[in-house]
Design a protein around this ligand. Structure first.
Ligand SMILES: [Zn+2]
Length: 792
């Protein structure tokens, strides 16, 4: 067992332990940097809008934009045309003379800055898809702005600057005033599988139908706030969106045989849904498993027809930052009700038959699971619906609605990675309702603020979905390969969204892992969970910045985390702690009988040198051994470590001078280990030490990162035990993303590896459902009309 009292004494710091402070030690040198300095100049100065505690200040304000939109989806030309009234309310203390509007579709315009600034290199082998993408000039994309007018009035002067448009106000907009203006526009929808994008259409050649996942489909107000003024940084593709909250009234006119799903609540079900569909939808709201509203059989029937007329679907969404929709005659539609803190919510999915059987079985369940798990740890979900749509887009989020990829093989089988990929992407994209749709950070500046926090929450939700769920990100060990990379391939997390290298690792994986490390190792679950939830409570339906997050996490937990933000978020340093060596001491008992016996043992254990060994063979007899015994004297038989009576008496005398507790110490038989620790990676981290005793028992000591506060490269730590330790291991449960485990053990351990011998050949893709069909029947046959049970 570890001796805690002594350990405490030892950790007071060597300057306070006079008996150990004789020689200058590592503890009394510094490494030249202060990794525990507070984030002073790095963070903005607190003010009345944003406090030093990380909460919104007493004068916090944010703007508001309400929309009334009419759009028409042209299924013949794959185009959108629309008109919108934007009512912009100036809740800032400032007078505005112009407004900035985002024209995200212009990312596909002829003069697109995204295209012109895109860098690439050419390889001798190029896929047709890659060539299509490079030579995509034939797509006539971008907004065609037809008019910008004061509502019901005269034209407004406006200037388009790539993806931004400045609208000049006829007179300055005073604080607390609103201004309503109208924009008429149209654009051609991008072929998403070919051109990429966060929205677009997918064409299905077999049945010649289109499936539309539509977003950024209307000119949207930019954010004006106390941090940036107007957020009019161009949309280049990576930095997503910064949008103000408001209410939306959206009418979508689509072919009459399309099924439309959208952000918000459908206002006219009687006009767009059949009596059967309305009945099924009503049943779904109280069902505890998905109920199909449009069955696969019905969707397959619809695929064959082409309606002549149109239907207009009216939706209303309150207090959202954006609006998106999906439309196709291919859609199967299922739904299930759930309640969060008494509030009824409908989880829904829209997917083509190509998504089954996976989609019917998992999508809506994953939506509901996400809402429940996130609500528990952040704030309760308050929107009326949450939707998962399946098309070609791999994963993209909007308020109440997300687009998600992953579909099974044509034969209905699928690999484990497809199944878990599907569930994970749905949890992730639905989870974005919380970050950034509700906790509305500025995605154009900071990808990590929504992706990182959301990926962390996704990990927690996945682990609640299924024991040992194969989460891709979250566990510290999973980020190690990235952290180990050459630093020129990395950027700090605190890098603008458009300039980040390796977006997935940098803005999703690393921050998510960092939060998990804070929760499990640095802060503990209780302190972390409270602080994280407090951040969500403080900033729900508001616009937080990184400083607001950093400050809230500290303020609500009482844990100084500046060193962690500094290391993990502002640098590319990595964790690599090492045990350099261990010195082992026991107490000299001064008892000649004990100590001399020990010395004898040590002497006997000393190895004979090579010469000594050879001489034993070669020199049969030495001079004094045999030929000249007269050369021997006292010293030839003197035993310097024999215990004499005088030794014993001296010992007895000494013991008498000691107090009883000192006598006890002398005979306790304690073991002292001075463990030399080195920080090779640069990142300061808690030191987690596992000691394995001679009897096989193990013990863990968790030392906070503050052990590095004076010297952050090298420290020694003394452990006092009453049993001999045979091994020390750092971070045995892989909590700190240590990038080199080979220096974590003392004595060093051999780690077995294997060579894989191979001949050049392609490894087959793993889909055990195809190779073992009898063992793994899909729950629902791909061709069946029933998708996920319930009534149909
Ligand atoms: Zn995301």
């Amino acid at each position: 067992m570890l001796k805690n009292i002594l350990l405490l004494l030892g950790s007071v710091g060597l300057s306070a332990a006079p008996l150990l402070a004789q020689t200058p030690s590592i503890q009394n040198t510094n490494s030249g940097t202060d990794k525990f300095a507070q984030l002073g100049t790095e963070l903005p100065t607190p003010n009345t809008f944003r406090t030093a505690s990380g909460a919104p200040g007493s004068q916090y304000w944010q703007q508001r934009a309400d929309y009334d939109i009419n759009v028409r989806l042209d299924d013949e030309k794959q185009a959108i045309s629309g008109t919108e009234d934007i009512t912009y309310t100036n809740l800032s203390p400032d007078v505005l003379t112009y407004l900035w509007v985002q024209l995200d579709q212009n990312i596909y315009a002829e003069n697109s800055m995204t295209t012109s600034t895109q860098t690439a290199d050419l390889q001798p082998r190029m896929s047709f898809g890659a060539m299509d993408y490079l030579a995509r000039a034939d797509f006539d994309g971008g907004y065609k702005i037809e008019s910008v007018k004061q509502k019901g009035g005269k034209a407004l002067s406006h200037v388009v600057n790539h993806t931004m448009m400045r609208v000049d106000l006829p007179q300055p907009l005073q604080p607390k005033q609103s201004f309503t203006f109208s924009i008429a526009y149209r654009y051609n929808i991008n072929d998403q599988p070919k051109l990429g994008g966060r929205s677009g259409y997918e064409y299905f050649p077999e049945d010649k139908n289109y499936l539309y996942e539509i977003a950024q489909f209307y000119p949207r107000m930019a954010v004006y706030d106390d941090v940036n003024g107007w957020q009019h940084k161009q949309f280049l593709g990576s930095g997503e969106f910064a949008l103000p909250f408001g209410n939306y009234k959206v009418s979508i006119t689509a072919p009459a045989d399309h099924v439309v799903g959208a952000t918000g609540t459908l206002q006219n079900p009687d006009q767009v849904l059949s009596a059967t569909q309305r009945k099924r939808l009503a049943q779904a709201t109280s069902a505890n498993k998905p109920v199909v509203i449009v069955t696969q059989a019905e969707a397959e029937q619809a695929e064959k027809g082409r309606a002549k007329g149109t239907k207009t679907w009216n939706f209303v969404a309150k207090n959202v930052r954006d609006f998106a929709f999906a439309s196709s005659r291919k859609f199967i539609w299922d739904a299930m009700g759930l309640k969060i803190e008494g509030k009824p919510i409908v989880a829904m999915s829209y997917y083509p038959k190509e998504g089954n059987p996976l989609w019917g079985q998992y999508s809506t369940e994953a939506v509901a699971h996400t809402l429940k798990t996130y609500s528990k740890r952040t704030i309760p979900y308050q929107y009326p619906v949450a939707i998962s749509v399946h098309g070609s887009i791999g994963g993209m989020e909007y308020p109440m609605l997300s687009f998600n990829g992953y579909r099974p093989e044509k034969d209905g089988t699928y690999s484990a990675s497809t199944k878990y990929g599907l569930i994970s992407v749905i949890i992730h994209e639905v989870g974005h309702n919380f970050f950034p749709m509700i906790v509305n950070s500025d995605e154009r500046q900071w990808t990590w603020m929504d992706e990182g926090l959301n990926t962390f929450m996704q990990y927690l939700s996945e682990q609640e979905w299924e024991r040992n769920y194969p989460s891709r990100r979250g566990e510290p060990a999973k980020i190690v390969d990235y952290m180990r990379m050459d630093k020129s391939l990395q950027t700090p997390i605190m890098t603008n969204s458009e300039s980040v290298l390796q977006l997935g690792n940098n803005a999703y994986g690393k921050p998510a892992t960092g939060l998990n490390m804070l929760r499990e190792t640095i802060m503990g679950r209780e302190l972390f969970d409270y602080a994280f939830q407090e951040y969500a409570r403080r900033w729900a339906y508001k616009h937080p910045t990184p400083a607001d997050f950093f400050r809230t996490m500290e303020d609500a937990s009482g844990v100084d985390l500046d060193w962690f933000w500094r290391g993990w978020f502002y640098t590319n340093d990595r964790t690599d702690l090492a045990i350099e060596g261990v010195k082992w001491y026991t107490v000299d008992s001064k008892n000649p009988e004990i100590e001399n016996a020990r010395k004898r043992q040590e002497l006997n254990a000393e190895p004979k040198t090579l010469s000594q060994q050879r001489n034993l063979q070669d020199i049969k007899r030495t001079l004094v051994d045999n030929d000249k015994p007269g050369l021997k004297d006292f010293y030839n038989s003197y035993d310097p470590i024999a215990t004499t009576e005088a030794d014993k008496q001296r010992y007895q005398q000494y013991v008498k001078t000691l107090k009883p507790e000192q006598q006890k110490r002398l005979n306790e038989g304690l073991h002292f280990y001075e463990v030399g620790l080195r920080n090779i990676g640069g990142l300061v981290m808690p030191v987690i030490v596992q000691m394995t005793y001679e009897d096989g028992k193990q013990e863990i000591v968790n030392i906070p990162a503050e052990i590095w506060r004076r010297n952050n490269e090298q420290v020694t730590k003394v452990f006092v035990t009453d049993k001999p330790v045979v091994a020390f291991t750092l971070d045995p449960f892989l909590q700190t993303a240590d990038t080199d485990l080979s220096n974590n053990a003392y004595p060093r351990k051999l780690a077995p590896s294997r060579f894989e011998l191979f001949e050049q050949q392609q490894r087959p893709q793993s889909n055990p459902m195809q190779t073992q069909p009898s063992a793994t029947q899909p729950a629902v046959p791909a061709s069946s009309g029933a998708t996920g049970g319930g009534t149909n």
